[in-house]
Ligand binder design. Structure first.
Ligand SMILES: *[C@@H]1O[C@H](CO)[C@@H](O)[C@H](O)[C@H]1NC(C)=O
Ligand SMILES: *[C@@H]1O[C@H](CO)[C@@H](O)[C@H](O)[C@H]1NC(C)=O
Length: 184
């Protein structure tokens, strides 16, 4: 009996009209502040992923016992702090860093799960960042990756990146061109 009246009390709370109104009102305010001032920004940069040499920018931190025998290196996890530059030339102006993890998450192709924050360190977006999470089938000419959020100028960001390998060697170092389209 006591339990029953407690349940009725919660059902009453959840369905009470003032509660619903409050939620709706908050939603409207969020939209007034942010939905009307959205802009679309397009940014192009080059991502330098260096896994060899004295100063690698991406390092393997984990793998499964079977990863070394997998043709797709399934199960390996790397941490990257990769420079982003204005042109494909590694000596060109650095405009940001891609920091985070990528892991080999496909067994039938070389497919990475990218979970990286792209932090801009120069120009108009200095200090702002976008987060990209998604599948990167690195053998494909063009890969589309979702932008799932951001900070600073890119608060509430959503969008996509088109990534295309500009250069790669046979040990896995690569320079990848990114075209970002972001609504924020
Ligand atoms: C980017 O912002 C940081 C922190 O505010 C500042 O120290 C740095 O000089 C800025 N860099 C450029 C290239 O504007
Ligand atoms: C990125 O944009 C440039 C300039 O518009 C274009 O030449 C290039 O093909 C684009 N790359 C991708 C992967 O979409």
């Amino acid at each position: 009996m006591v339990n029953l009246s407690i349940s009725f009390f919660f059902v009453f709370l959840l369905t009470a009209l003032p509660w619903t109104r409050t939620l709706d009102a908050k939603k409207t305010v969020i939209c007034r502040r942010h939905c009307r001032k959205q802009t679309v920004t397009k940014i192009q940069f080059y991502f330098h992923d260096t896994i060899t040499g004295k100063n690698p920018s991406a390092i393997k931190v984990a793998e499964a016992p079977s990863s070394a025998n997998s043709p797709t290196l399934f199960g390996t996890v790397s941490i990257a702090d990769d420079p982003l530059t204005e042109t494909p030339d590694p000596k060109s102006k650095e405009v940001g860093r891609a920091q985070g993890l990528y892991s080999s998450a496909a067994q039938q192709e070389v497919g990475l799960l990218m979970t990286l924050t792209y932090v801009f360190t120069a120009g108009k977006f200095n200090g702002s960042s976008v987060v990209i999470v998604g599948k990167n089938s690195i053998m494909n000419k063009v890969r589309e990756l979702p932008v799932v959020g951001g900070t600073g100028a890119f608060r509430f960001a959503r969008g996509y990146a088109l990534a295309s390998t500009y250069w790669a060697n046979n040990v896995g170092d690569a320079i990848v061109g990114y075209n970002l389209t972001v609504i924020h």
